[in-house]
Design a protein around this ligand. Sequence first.
Ligand code: AMP
Length: 220
Amino acid sequence: MWRLVVLGPPGSGKSTQADQLCDQLGLAHLSTGELLRDEVARGTPVGLEAKEYMNKGLLVPANLVNHMVWVKLAAMGDRGFILDGYPRNINQADSLDATLLDLAMRLDAVVLVDIPEETAVERLGARLMCQDCRAIHRESALPAGAMTCPSCGGALIKRDDDKPEVIRERFRVYYSSIMPVLERFRGQGLLLEVDGRGMPDEVYQRLTSALVDKTGKVFA
Ligand code: AMP
């Protein structure tokens, strides 16, 4: 059983890595970005409030996100999980500490999938998301002009927050808030830094062997 956090700048591919890890290890994937997009798509009160911030590339207010995570973790029981994209600032890290204490849970590791800013801007500018299954596709990996999802046939769209001006703002926000969070996890001996450049499979190899080295756990 694994309890992990996966962090990384926008475009680092952290969610793709988290997906693959969840499939292989049978873990629940708790992506705060995905949970928030779901609230927005369903037009819930949380979604209506969150949308204003997300469309500008800003962090959604802490109370909304912290509560959402508490509810999800409390329902997890003995099932392992990956928290993807949370905590993003020191307030959220404090809240996560309190939640884990409350639920008598411990993290095994915090994985940082890191890439340089130029790589991220390039990747994000060239990706499309399926409106139905939410899969992310690189434009270069699709037939020229393709507008439908190769997995499910849904319409491909550009995420509102993958527009160039919003990408830049997401970067600014990410770096200004994540540093103290990384310091905290480094101090706790939990942080594992993985180079996120290259193809997803190469990154996954790097990530899984680093995880085994760090935790000494069997990976199956
Ligand atoms: P992501 O899918 O992780 O890139 O997140 C997309 C957007 O959702 C972010 O730009 C934020 O607006 C919002 N978001 C996701 N996770 C969080 C979080 N932990 N705290 C606040 N806002 C978040």
